[in-house]
Design a protein around this ligand. Structure first.
Ligand SMILES: *Cc1c(COP(=O)(O)O)cnc(C)c1O
Length: 217
């Protein structure tokens, strides 16, 4: 689907929800996409992209950054502590802060490097054992811990279980954010971004709907 069509659908969802035009940011998730497709979207003027692996991002984005100005890169996948330094160097935002050890490492790096990406705390709203994220019941404490470390917490992120109604998870995430005074909500993917916009998403992470199917791992 053309980028312009996704942007139009976001605008329409904003209007229908009575939200200001432009209140939702589109993150074009380019993981495992051929460079030509990413370049096409860059050439259309889009500058906000998402990757889920530090290694892959490090391989492809320095070259794009040299050729296109104003790129904003978001890490939407899990982050190992031993890759945290590289992630701080590469990304403008990290959506997967999900445990105390990672929070402490990021705080130390922020001190040392004098910079820190915008951070989102990932909440495992479906309480799925295989999925990253803090449990909904642990979220308030973890937000407080991150703030105590002076980390720039912008909001919360979730990935709903594949077989459940995403709206329930988006509403839960919005509730947790609100009671913690957080305005950022990273939620909604190709199949459900309009629902996410209706429930308050500030960042939607859309991959295959823009770029088509991904390459196999
Ligand atoms: C891959 C990915 C997306 C994009 O998924 P699509 O269904 O292709 O839109 C969004 N968020 C995260 C965390 C992802 O890993």
């Amino acid at each position: 689907m053309p980028l312009s069509e996704i942007l139009t659908r976001i605008q329409k969802a904003e209007a229908e929800a009575g939200r200001a035009a432009g209140s939702v940011k589109l993150i074009a998730v380019s993981k495992r996409q051929p460079n030509e497709r990413v370049e096409a979207v860059l050439s259309e003027g889009h500058r906000r992209f998402g990757e889920n692996m530090v290694q892959e991002a490090a391989g492809k984005w320095p070259d794009f950054r040299a050729r296109f100005e104003g790129i904003e890169l978001h890490l939407v996948g899990p982050l190992q502590t031993n890759k945290a330094r590289q992630a701080v160097e590469l990304f403008e935002a990290i959506h997967s802060v999900d445990r105390p050890k990672l929070a402490k490492t990021l705080a130390r790096l922020a001190q040392e490097m004098g910079q820190c990406p915008e951070l989102f705390i990932q909440v495992n709203t479906g309480e799925e054992p295989q999925k990253a994220g803090v449990l909904p019941t642990e979220a308030d404490d973890f937000v407080a811990d991150c703030r105590a470390l002076d980390l720039p917490v912008a909001g919360l992120m979730c990935i709903p279980p594949v077989d459940e109604e995403p709206a329930l998870h988006f509403a839960l995430l919005a509730k947790i954010a609100e009671r913690n005074g957080l305005s950022g909500l990273s939620m909604g993917m190709s199949g459900d971004f309009e629902t996410a916009v209706a429930l308050g998403a500030t960042h939607v992470r859309v991959g295959s709907a823009i770029f088509g199917e991904r390459e196999a791992r």
